[in-house]
Write a protein that binds this ligand. Structure first.
Ligand SMILES: NC(=O)c1ccc[n+]([C@@H]2O[C@H](COP(=O)([O-])OP(=O)(O)OC[C@H]3O[C@@H](n4cnc5c(N)ncnc54)[C@H](O)[C@@H]3O)[C@@H](O)[C@H]2O)c1
Length: 325
């Protein structure tokens, strides 16, 4: 299958909640006809409104690849008829509720309805694919494609195969994600939390311990990431950061600072307070900063701030390019 042909074939998005809406925007912006499925016309009509608002914000930040919002919106066809949505689709992105019974039932139905060539990908955050794809017809075309919210602004997608997933399906999904403007990474095997939540979990674990020990308050930790580590993390990862922070590279960094990290890690395995007083402190602190009923408004603000950042990073890539070899 050629890249150009793949780009024109329809993609089905099943579940039009937070993530389904975001995937629909991603695929439609990249030129794919999108069939958006959910259980009722009311849910689909509300989803269309949210998509229209996000597209107008994206156009404002010049993040629609030069297309008009109405043109992108027209590529999204909502329907409550799952079989119609799957008919002829090259890829299905499942975005239904995060329970094993929901995922298993939906994958079993989709396996029966979709042609054997259609890739069945789940957005699940918490489940490895072998937990709900074992009994699916042609289970070798099933995998997890886990996005970071919202995927039309944060391009990382984690592709996680089950033990029975065909490597050719993983490669095909990787190509489709690249064509949709995403940055896929492929895991070699299943692991709880995939890569991102293992990394994020380690950070949250240590943040809770710092609060519990009374070393710093929750607001200070948010500043440490947002105004410190996170600035570099917007365009490079921890290994490249290490390499650039010692004159002779990564081994030099480890020789200089490895002792410090080993001392910290020695105590880091101690239990963190995921409940109890550390969580009480973090929650109380957050409630002084944001009213519960303004979370939706703050999410929209976060997405607009991300649009601004993504637009700036794109411009920075042009201005401060690393010369090609
Ligand atoms: N919210 C996030 O930040 C995030 C990030 C990455 C991945 N995910 C994953 O994406 C998936 C969806 O999460 P969400 O936050 O969008 O949830 P959500 O509750 O906002 O949306 C779920 C949608 O699925 C619909 N639905 C339920 N049963 C259905 C069915 N049988 N057929 C079609 N539609 C059905 C619901 O009506 C609802 O609109 C979950 O697996 C979640 O783990 C979420």
């Amino acid at each position: 299958m050629t890249g150009a042909a793949t780009e024109r074939l329809p993609v089905a998005v099943v579940g039009a909640g937070l993530i389904g809406i975001a995937w629909a925007i991603c695929f439609a912006r990249a030129g794919y006809p999108v069939r958006l499925n959910d259980r009722s016309d009311e849910i689909l009509a509300a989803a269309r409104e949210v998509i229209a608002a996000a597209l107008s914000d994206l156009a404002e930040f010049d993040l629609l690849a030069g297309h008009a919002p109405a043109e992108v919106l027209a590529r999204v066809r909502p329907s409550t008829d799952l079989a119609r949505c799957l008919d002829g689709a090259v890829h299905v992105q499942e975005c239904a509720p995060e329970t094993i019974p929901d995922k298993s039932a939906l994958f079993a139905r989709m396996g029966e309805m979709a042609g054997p060539e259609t890739v069945l990908a789940s957005s699940t955050s918490a489940f490895v694919p072998s937990l709900f794809t074992g009994a699916v017809r042609h289970r070798e075309r099933c995998l997890v494609a886990h996005p970071i919210n919202p995927p039309y602004l944060v391009p990382l997608v984690q592709l996680v195969p089950a033990p029975w997933t065909d490597p050719a399906i993983v490669a095909r999904t990787e190509r489709l994600m690249v064509a949709a403007g995403q940055s896929p990474i492929v895991l070699q095997r299943e692991t709880d939390g995939f890569v991102v939540n293992r990394l994020q979990g380690a950070l949250i674990h240590e943040a809770l311990r710092i609060v519990d020990e009374g070393v710093a308050d929750p607001g200070a930790i948010d500043i440490a990431i947002a105004r410190g580590l996170g600035l570099r993390w917007a365009f490079m990862g921890p290994f490249e950061t290490m390499e650039l922070n010692a004159p002779a590279g990564i081994r030099d960094y480890v020789e200089r600072y490895g002792g410090l990290y080993r001392r910290i890690i020695g105590v880091e395995h101690a239990e963190a307070m995921w409940t109890g007083r550390a969580l009480d402190r973090v929650e109380a602190d957050r409630m002084t900063r944001l009213d519960r009923d303004r979370i939706g408004e703050r999410q929209r603000w976060r997405d607009r701030r991300l649009m601004d950042l993504v637009a700036s990073l794109k411009a920075a890539e042009q201005r401060t390019r690393w010369p090609a070899a």
